[in-house]
Design a protein around this ligand. Structure first.
Ligand code: ZN
Length: 367
């Protein structure tokens, strides 16, 4: 694929980084909270058992803490101070900043420190990729795409994908951000709504059925950014066939048209059919196609996790996705054995709804 800065940036390495430190998986939002960072232990241990980290092009990367200056690329100083205070005093009232003990984003002791490490885990991967030492990095702890400039939202405290995109844009790079979490990537969209330097594409279950209630095709950006926020709002119960059709109709053509220097992906797996929080019906088979497509773009690639609340599906799917990043074969045990697929009238209804979502998204996109 042609790219803005030509062949000089052609990838010289096939190495794939996996950012890992058990500390990324230790924090607990609340005992009954659906986001369980310990799910990453299942991913790491599955890959370890399969010998993934012994492969010659596999690289285990240690995370570092993000700096305050890096957080401030996206977040206000007042918000960062509020997170520090909530982290030290989780029993206090921090509702003004989006925290609430009994709702989506509870304050918890050590939250600021855990979030610095989660964010820095994305940034060490970014640095290795941009230095040309990795083709791709994957931080399963990251992808916290709902956090806003001055507000926590939807389990997300610091928006590591937006910080990554912003730091890449600050280097003068054209950034393509593709978000395949079941929820709209609203925080990343908001951070770059008025610029054409970061193209955000989000495929998600429609905001009519799912949090955060946004992500319609007419949210297309403003000013120079008009057309550079792209939203594909999918019907509940969208299965692999329809999801892959939507992805193929929107993402590769827009990536080719935009000619980015770097790819940033948020790979939440709460679109999986067994996920308890959403209604999409994607399986590991659909995801294999999509992640292989990401790899085929042949761009420097900074990848993150995101949502994912069925821990078995998370372990299998993200293990598969890292093996794709390595160029390794996929063992059958990682795949869903019986993925859902609509037939008859339901097939027609899902396909019609998908065609409308694709048509609206493309009509609103930049030319
Ligand atoms: Zn999600």
């Amino acid at each position: 694929m042609a790219r803005a800065h030509g062949d000089a940036r052609a990838l010289k390495t096939d190495r794939a980084g996996f950012v890992w430190d058990p500390r990324l998986a230790l924090h607990v939002y609340r005992d009954d909270h659906p986001l369980k960072p310990r799910r990453l232990i299942g991913v790491h241990d599955t890959l370890d058992r399969l010998g993934a980290f012994a492969r010659p092009n596999a690289v285990l990367l240690a995370p570092r803490d993000a700096t305050i200056a890096e957080l401030e690329r996206v977040h206000s100083p007042e918000y960062i101070r509020a997170v520090e205070e909530a982290s030290a005093d989780p029993e206090g009232d921090h509702s003004r900043w989006g925290f609430s003990a009994h709702h989506d984003t509870p304050p918890f002791a050590g939250m600021h420190e855990a979030s610095l490490l989660t964010t820095g885990a994305t940034l060490v991967g970014l640095e290795e990729v941009m230095a040309g030492r990795l083709r791709v990095s994957f931080n399963g702890a990251g992808g916290l795409h709902h956090a806003m400039r001055s507000r926590a939202s939807g389990f997300c405290i610091y928006n590591d994908p937006a910080i990554a995109c912003g730091l890449l844009a600050d280097r003068g790079l054209k950034v393509a951000y593709v978000d395949i979490d079941a929820h709209h990537g609203d925080g990343v969209q908001a951070a770059f709504y008025d610029t054409d330097q970061v193209l955000t594409i989000s495929l998600h279950e429609t905001g009519r059925a799912l949090f955060p209630g946004t992500g319609f095709a007419d949210e297309r950006g403003t000013g120079k950014g008009a057309g550079y926020s792209v939203n594909v709002a999918l019907a509940p119960y969208t299965d692999d066939h329809a999801y892959v059709n939507a992805f193929d109709a929107v993402v590769p053509p827009l990536i080719a048209r935009f000619e980015p220097d770097v790819l940033v992906t948020q790979q939440g797996i709460d679109s999986h059919f067994s996920d308890p929080l959403t209604h999409l019906q994607v399986s590991t088979h659909g995801r294999e196609h999509i992640v292989r497509t990401f790899r085929g773009f042949d761009l420097p690639w900074v990848a993150m996790g995101g949502g994912g609340y069925d821990l078995d599906a998370v372990a299998r799917d993200w293990s598969m996705e890292y093996l794709i990043m390595l160029g390794a074969d996929i063992p059958a045990e990682l795949h869903d054995s019986d993925p859902p697929a609509w037939t008859g009238d339901e097939r027609d209804a899902i396909d019609v709804a998908t065609d409308v979502a694709v048509r609206d998204a493309l009509a609103a996109a930049f030319r």
